[in-house]
Every structure is written in C-alpha cells, then in structure tokens.
Ligand binder design. Structure first.
Ligand code: SF4
Ligand code: SF4
Length: 282
C-alpha cells in the first residue's frame, strides 16, 4: 500500500502529517520525495547507513566523427543540444537524459556521460525504513531523482511518500502510482485555491484522495464547504495548537508531543484502507 502525502500549498503541515502517520504505523517505509527541500529526516532522525549518488546520462560529442548534420538538435525536445555551423553546443542542465540524440546520430559521434544531480540516502528510524533524495543545489532535474528514490519502494508493506508542495512535475512524479493520496490543506482562500489544483491533478492521475485540514479552527469554512460539495472525504482536522507549532520548530513529530494523536493517525490509516477497499469493490 503506497500512501502519498501532498499539499497544493506549501506550509500547510504536510510533513507533520506524513511523519506522524509513519510514527503511528509501526513497521513502515518512508520516502521523502520532496528532493528540493527534504526535511522529514529532521523529525524522524534516521541513522543513515547508505548513500548513493544519482546521475543522468548527458551527451558528449566526438568532434572527429561529427559531420554537423543537426539531427541530434532536431530530435531534442528540450533544446539541450544545438548545432551551429561547425559547433555542437550542449546544455547539460536542460538535458533530460532521454538518449534520443545518441540514438539518432548517424555517425555514432555521441557517447553518454553521467552528470550527477543528487544523492539518495537510506537508513532506519526505529521501525521505519527511511529513504530520501537530496537534489544538488540549483539543479532543475528533480523527476529523475524522485524516480530513483521510488525504485526503492518495498511493495510487501506500507510506504508513505512525502511529496513536495504544489502540482508541478516533481509532485506528479512523487504521487503517481500511489494507492491513495492525502491532501493537507489549511482553511484559507490560498489553501482552497491550491487544494482545488491538487484535486484536479489527482483526478487526472485517477488516484483516490482525502483531505486533512490543518489549523482547522483558524480561517473560514470554505475548504469544508468545497469538500462537502465535491464529496471529498475530510479524514482529519487538526486544530491550531501552540504545542504543535513549538514541536515543529524543534523538529519533534506531532505524535511525540501529543501522544493522543497516535490513535487518530491509526484511525486515519484505517479510514484510508476502507476507502481503498470500497473503491476496489466498485
Ligand atoms: S547527429 Fe551526430 S553527427 Fe549529426 S550533428 Fe549531432 S552529433 Fe554531429
Ligand atoms: S539526451 Fe535527450 S534531452 Fe538530452 S540532449 Fe539528447 S535528446 Fe536532448
């Protein structure tokens, strides 16, 4: 069972929910796929014992073989390779490593070299098998690193995926193939706007979802009204609590500072299972 945790808007408490759910489930795998800014390790404090650099293959041209025919540039959808007269220019940061140019080159003039984009770290945090990806600073290619993190999914048990906020490519890459997605939001106009975008994304991906409203007693009732009108299950509400905010600032999971939430998160998991069972019975 793969449960992803996402949020249209940043700062809604997504990692608080993801780490507390993990801490409430016992033996579980946790993948932090928010590779541009992974922070779940601050709360789960894993002992990291494995590190692996991750790269993508980018082209390198052998000038002695190249006849400057331009076919590599024509095939590149990302303008990462350009041929100007007797020069082939390569822009590695724009290259998606698709291999198209190497395949099309009639002179066999292109070989692929690895460009490191980040690192994967793996370890344990109590009963949690912890994995996160860390993208190099300024590196735009998050999706290939997210794919590598997700290659480590253990399909025998439960996996929680912490996605980055928003609805862009890295989020789609993180949540796709999930059995269920939790959307964490806040009851504000911005929260509602971004929740609607996230719901649209999950509908396109055909992933079942439910909502958690954080700081539920602040703001207005529009998020709740929207969920009821759209038949979206509200699986949990978390009121604003100074103790939660303080624990967050000190890197302590919610369920450790307020242990009564462990049962709430276990119930949340049971609700998710039920919703997934209902869906598979249709
Ligand atoms: S396709 Fe090959 S031969 Fe043609 S310009 Fe590109 S690298 Fe050179
Ligand atoms: S590997 Fe793909 S993305 Fe990169 S330069 Fe070649 S065609 Fe473009």
């Amino acid at each position: 069972m793969i449960i992803s945790v996402a949020s249209g808007k940043g700062g809604t408490g997504k990692t608080t929910v993801a780490t507390s759910l993990a801490r409430s489930l016992g033996k579980v795998q946790f993948l932090d796929c928010d590779v541009e800014e992974p922070n779940a390790h601050i709360f789960l404090k894993p002992n990291i014992d494995q590190k692996k650099p991750v790269g993508i293959p980018v082209p390198e041209v052998d000038k002695d073989r190249c006849n400057y025919c331009g076919k590599c540039a024509e095939v590149c959808e990302f303008n990462a390779i350009v041929v100007i007269k007797d020069k082939v220019l390569i822009f590695p940061e724009m290259c998606h490593g698709c291999g198209g140019c190497t395949y099309i080159c009639p002179e066999n003039a292109i070989k692929e070299i690895d460009r490191t984009i980040g690192v994967i770290e793996r370890g344990t945090a109590g009963t949690i098998d912890f994995v996160h990806g860390i993208l190099n600073v300024g590196e735009p290619m998050a999706p290939p690193l997210i794919r590598e993190v997700k290659r480590l999914i253990n399909h025998q048990g439960n996996t929680i995926i912490d996605a980055s906020p928003g609805t862009s490519c890295p989020v789609v890459g993180a949540v796709k193939d999930s059995d269920f997605c939790l959307l964490v939001t806040e009851p504000t106009p911005f929260g509602l706007n971004d929740l609607k975008l996230a719901v649209g994304m999950l509908k396109k991906l055909s992933i079942p979802y439910g909502v958690i409203i954080n700081t539920a007693d602040l703001g207005d009732a529009e998020v709740e009204n929207y969920c009821r009108a759209e038949n979206i299950p509200i699986l949990m509400t978390i009121p604003w609590d100074r103790r939660i905010a303080e624990a967050y600032s000190r890197g302590i999971p919610l369920v450790e500072v307020l242990p009564e939430y462990k049962e709430k998160f276990s119930n949340l998991y049971a609700q998710i299972m039920e919703l997934c069972d209902m869906r598979s019975a249709i």
